[in-house]
Design a protein around this ligand. Structure first.
Ligand code: HSE
Length: 309
C-alpha cells in the first residue's frame, strides 16, 4: 500500500434546535483526501477545490488535522496529502470538517490504525477550530462516526453517536451566497429567554430520541428552532419564502444547515422530495438567488477508506 483514498461525508450541524450539539452525516456529497507516508512533516501537494484553498499544510484543515494525529501517535514520520473538495467552503455543509476528518483518518490508518474513530474526532475538531475560530464538534463528530451525533462537552471532548432514521429523505439546497461561520456566530444573541431555552431543549431532546428510535414522525414534529434560525435567517436572502414554499410543497420541516447558507427540508417520501426541491429552488430564484440542490439521506458510515493502491 502506498496511497490510500479516504472519503468523508458532508454534515448538517445543529440539526435545527441542537446548536453546537446535534449533528448529522449525509450521503452523496463529501471530500476525498489521498495520503501516503513520507519521512517527516505534513505537505499538501494538490488541492482540487471550487474555492481557493491554501496548500500550506498549516493553513488548511486537512494539513492541521494530520499534524495533530502525528502528535498524538508520537511518531517521527510524515504524510503527503492531496485534497479533492466535494463542496465549497462556507456552504454550511461541514466542508472544513470533512477535509479534517479525512486527513486525520488517513494519517492514523497509514500508521497502523492505533486511534479509534472516537479518538480522531479531537484532532479533526482542533483543526476546524483554527479555521472557524470556535471549538464545536457538531460537524466533525457525525462526519467521522456517521449517523446522528451529540456533543456533551467540548473540554474534555465527549461525543456520542445516536443512530439513524431509515426513511428520512433530506433535500439540501445551497444558495449562491457565502456565509462565514465566524460571521454567523458573531450575530447570535448572548442571552436567550427561559421560554426559548425550554422550547429548544425539548425539541433537541426529542430529535435525539427520534434518531435513537428510528422514528421519522417524531423528528418531523421536533425540527423547530426558536433561537438561532430567527437570527441567522437574515443572512440568507429569501429564507422565509423558501421555507413557506418548502412546507407548502409537502416538507415536514425546513431549517438552516450549520451556519448556512445551505438549508435543508425533510420528508419521508422521495417523490415529494422532488416537488419540495423544485419549490425551494424556484423560491430562491424569485429572490434573484441561484442555488444548487441534492436529495440525500443519512450516511451511517462516516469517514472511510475507499481505495488502497
Ligand atoms: N454549530 C456550528 C454553528 C456549525 O452553527 O455555528 C457550523 O457549521
Amino acid at each position: 500500500m502506498e496511497w490510500i483514498r479516504v472519503f468523508s461525508p458532508a454534515t448538517i450541524g445543529n440539526v435545527g434546535p441542537g446548536f453546537d450539539v446535534l449533528g448529522l452525516s449525509v450521503k452523496h456529497i463529501g471530500d476525498i483526501v489521498e495520503a501516503r507516508k513520507i519521512d517527516e512533516g505534513v505537505v499538501t501537494t494538490e488541492i482540487d477545490s471550487p474555492m481557493p484553498l491554501s496548500t500550506d499544510a498549516n493553513k488548511n484543515t486537512a494539513g492541521i488535522a494530520a499534524q495533530e494525529v502525528l502528535k498524538l501517535l508520537r511518531i517521527k514520520g510524515g504524510v503527503e496529502l492531496k485534497i479533492k473538495k466535494g463542496m465549497p467552503s462556507g456552504s454550511g455543509l461541514g466542508s472544513s470538517a470533512a477535509s479534517a476528518c479525512a486527513a486525520a483518518y488517513a494519517t492514523n490508518y497509514l500508521y497502523g490504525n492505533i486511534l479509534t474513530k472516537e479518538e480522531l474526532v479531537l484532532p479533526a475538531t482542533k483543526a476546524e477550530e483554527q479555521i472557524s475560530g470556535a471549538f464545536f464538534a457538531d460537524n466533525t463528530a457525525p462526519c467521522m462516526l456517521g449517523g446522528a451525533t451529540l456533543t456533551r462537552s467540548c473540554l474534555p471532548l465527549d461525543v456520542t453517536k445516536i443512530g439513524s432514521i431509515s426513511n428520512l429523505v433530506i433535500v439540501l439546497v445551497t444558495p449562491d451566497i457565502v456565509v462565514l461561520t465566524k460571521d454567523a456566530r458573531d450575530i447570535l444573541p448572548k442571552q436567550v429567554s427561559m421560554q426559548n431555552f425550554i422550547f429548544n431543549m425539548a425539541n433537541s431532546c426529542l430529535i435525539t430520541a427520534a434518531f435513537a428510535k428510528d422514528d421519522y414522525s417524531l423528528f418531523a414534529r421536533s425540527l423547530h428552532d426558536a433561537v438561532i434560525e430567527p437570527v441567522r435567517s437574515s443572512l440568507i436572502k429569501g429564507f422565509d419564502d423558501v421555507k413557506t414554499n418548502a412546507l407548502k410543497a409537502g416538507a415536514d420541516g425546513m431549517t438552516i444547515s450549520g451556519s448556512g447558507p445551505t438549508v435543508f427540508a425533510i420528508t419521508d417520501d422521495l417523490k415529494k422530495a422532488r416537488f419540495i426541491e423544485d419549490a425551494m429552488l424556484r423560491s430562491f430564484l424569485l429572490h434573484g438567488v441561484q442555488a444548487k440542490s441534492i436529495i440525500t439521506e443519512v450516511d451511517n458510515e462516516g469517514t472511510r477508506v475507499i481505495l488502497e493502491s
